[in-house]
Design a protein around this ligand. Structure first.
Ligand code: V47
Ligand code: SF4
Length: 367
C-alpha cells in the first residue's frame, strides 16, 4: 500500500509481497526501488526486514579509530586523506604512540579498535604484525578490527607472499576481524576512473573470501554519491550477497556517503538525504543474508543517522574518537560522540540502545 503519491510513483506492491513472504529481491527489483519516489514505502519495507532480524534494538559500540599513517602510494580521486611522504602533514605513528592512544580509552570501556591507514610504500610487514601483537598483548580484551582488504593485498605484495598467508600471520598475532573499507564500487569502469591503482572488485571480494575461510569475519562497504549509477550500486550489492551466501562471513554492511571537499572530485555535490535513506533502506532489502545495516553517523550526519533507524538501519557505529578520513574531506559532524549522546539519540527514536562488541554480542558492563 503506497504511503505517498506523486506523478512518478511506481507500484511496489509486488515487492511488498515478496518482503512479506521473505522472498529474495532481484536486480530488477533493486533498480525499481532506486527509481521509485516512494521513500516512505521503501523505508517501511526495509523496516519490516530490520525488525524481523533485530527487533527494536539499535546497536552501538564503544570504539576508537586509529589511522596509523596517511602516507599512501595510491591517489584515489575521492580521497582527501592520503599524502605523499614529502608532504608537510604526512605522518606515520610509532607503535608506542598507538599504544598510548589506546591506553586513554580503555578506562572509558572501549571494546573495539578500528585501525586503517594508507598504503605506505616502505613499511615492512613486521610493523603491522608488531602493532597487532603488541596491542593484543597489552589490551587483550579489546577487539582489533584492522586493515582493509586493500591493505592486506598491499602487505602481501610488499612481502612477496599471498594474502592468505598475511591473514594467517595477522590472525595469529591477534587480529580479530577486518573493516569493510576499500570496496568503493566494484564496477570496473568506475574503478578505472576513480581509483585505477586500487585492487579490483574481484580481488577485494576474494581477499574477504580468504579471510572468512580463515575464520576472520568482516564488514562490507559501498562508496556512493560520486559517478556511479543505480545499476553499479545494485550490482555491487548482489556481488556482496553472493559471497555472503558462500561464506556467511560478513557482519554488517555500511553504505558510505561520498564527501567531495578537498578531493579531485570537489566539483560534485554532497549526497542528499533521499539518496542517503534510499541507499540504506534498499541495502537492507537487497542484502537479505546480512544481519546488520550500519549508518555511519560520521558521514551521514547525526540527524539523518537517527532517522535511518526507521529506514532499515539497526546500527549506528560508535563513539569513534578522532576520525580523519571523512573530516579531511569536509565532514561537519563531530569527531566523536559520548555514550550518553549515542544512547539518547537512539532513545529519541523509540528504539532500545544496545551496546555491542564488534561481533554483535551484547555488552554488559560490571561496575
Ligand atoms: O575505504 C574515502 C571511504 C572508507 C572518502 O567496517 C570516503 O566498521 C566518503 O570503511 N568520502 C573508510 N568516503 C571508512 C570505512 C568504515 C567506516 C566506518 C566503519 C567501518 C567498518 C568502515 O571511506 C575508505 C573509502 O571507501 N572514503 N574517502 C570520502 N571523501
Ligand atoms: Fe590511499 Fe585509501 Fe586514500 Fe585510496 S582511499 S588514496 S588507497 S588512503
Amino acid at each position: 500500500m503506497p504511503l505517498t503519491t506523486s506523478s512518478t510513483d511506481t507500484d511496489l506492491s509486488d515487492i511488498h509481497e515478496k518482503v512479506m513472504d521473505k522472498q529474495r529481491l532481484t536486480y530488477e527489483d533493486g533498480l525499481r526501488l532506486f527509481a521509485s519516489q516512494e521513500i516512505l514505502t521503501i523505508g517501511y519495507l526495509a523496516n519490516i526486514v530490520r525488525e524481523r532480524l533485530n527487533k527494536h534494538y539499535a546497536y552501538y559500540v564503544i570504539n576508537r579509530h586509529i589511522n596509523y599513517t596517511n602516507i599512501c602510494k595510491n591517489s584515489c580521486k575521492f580521497c582527501a586523506f592520503s599524502r605523499t611522504q614529502e608532504s608537510d602533514d604526512a605522518f606515520l605513528l610509532s607503535i608506542d604512540k598507538i599504544r598510548e592512544k589506546v591506553r586513554q580509552i580503555i578506562e572509558d570501556g572501549a571494546t573495539e579498535l578500528h585501525i586503517v591507514g594508507g598504503l605506505h610504500p616502505d613499511i615492512e610487514l613486521d610493523y603491522y604484525l608488531s602493532m597487532i601483537q603488541s596491542l593484543h598483548d597489552c589490551f587483550p580484551t579489546v577487539h582489533l578490527k584492522a586493515f582493509t582488504a586493500v591493505e592486506i593485498v598491499h602487505f602481501a605484495e610488499m612481502k612477496g607472499t599471498t594474502t592468505a598467508e598475511i591473514l594467517r600471520l595477522l590472525k595469529s598475532a591477534g587480529l580479530g576481524s577486518l573493516p569493510g573499507g576499500g570496496a568503493e564500487i566494484f564496477a570496473g569502469h568506475i574503478r578505472d576512473e576513480l581509483c585505477p591503482e586500487k585492487v579490483s572488485g574481484e580481488v577485494w571480494l576474494n581477499t574477504m573470501r580468504e579471510a572468512h575461510n580463515l575464520g576472520l569475519r568482516s564488514n562490507a562497504t559501498l562508496l556512493y554519491g560520486h559517478i556511479e549509477d543505480d545499476k553499479d550500486r545494485i550490482n555491487h550489492l548482489l556481488q556482496l550477497r553472493e559471497l555472503q551466501d558462500e561464506t556467511n562471513g560478513f557482519m554488517s554492511f555500511i553504505p558510505l556517503a561520498f564527501h567531495p571537499k578537498n578531493t579531485e572530485l570537489q566539483n560534485l555535490s554532497d549526497t542528499q538525504g533521499i539518496l542517503d535513506l534510499k541507499m540504506l533502506a534498499i541495502s537492507r532489502l537487497m542484502l537479505d543474508n546480512f544481519d546488520h545495516i550500519k549508518a555511519y553517523w560520521i558521514m551521514l550526519g547525526i540527524k539523518l543517522a537517527q532517522v535511518s533507524l526507521n529506514f532499515g538501519v539497526d546500527d549506528i557505529d560508535g563513539t569513534v574518537i578522532e576520525e580523519k578520513i571523512t573530516h579531511s574531506a569536509g565532514a561537519k559532524t563531530p569527531e566523536s560522540l559520548t555514550v550518553n549522546q549515542i544512547r539518547s539519540l537512539i532513545e529519541e527514536t523509540g528504539h532500545e540502545p544496545v551496546e555491542r562488541d564488534t561481533i554483535y554480542n551484547h555488552v554488559i558492563h560490571t561496575i
